[in-house]
Design a protein around this ligand. Sequence first.
Ligand code: ZN
Length: 249
Amino acid sequence: MNGKEDQKLQCGNCGELRHCILPFNSIQLAVTKCNNIHDSLLNYSTPEVLSSCCCSMCFSSVMSRSTTIVEAPAIFLVHLLRYEYDRESNTKRKLQTDFHISEEITICNEQYELTSVIYHIGTSAHGGHYVCDCKIWKENRWFHLDDERVDEIPPPFAEQFSTSDIKDLNVVDLSEESKSSTRRKRKRTNDDDPVFNSPALNRQKDCYILIYVRKTDMENAVAAAESSFEHPLSSPLVESVLDANSQIR
Ligand SMILES: [Zn+2]
């Protein structure tokens, strides 16, 4: 399932080049260099000048490093670097820079589809709350998961998305007190929508982990995810999710 990266280290003085091919299944992208996934992926391969390295041949300190994806993985995980060290306060801080996500990306001429986004809500780098959006690929439906609560939502990164598109949505509450009525429908408006209008979640500022699946591998990835539910470590959480899923279908 892993992809392969070609990592190069080159001397700017004598041209000495060293490289190695390494397996990977995730990459880290800075949110400060580019504000969207397409430009960030292009920028990923741009050579970076190193300040603390010297050439083993000529001892020059003019060195650069670059990484190129040469073989794409089936599942491509993007880790956005939302945290940085602040020298002034001597602490880590969260970067709430806007970052725009696309539902489709291309890597090594292969098409990938977004299936899940994990968000970190909060301004601190030392705490907060994690929620996620997940897509049921076969049904082309998106869900927002927040602890025991699961809401069906419109595609969260559609080009022309507007909260006025929100109509009847499924709301699944998995909390103990409402297990007897796990599925109910309600009409939403722009003003009362807790998922899209909550000041707690800003999708552009809080997105943290993106999971893309290669389109040609989508069937296999879904089958692998579904079979994982049969794992012997099945927990009450898994049981409640399966129960909710069966009522949604
Ligand atoms: Zn050199």
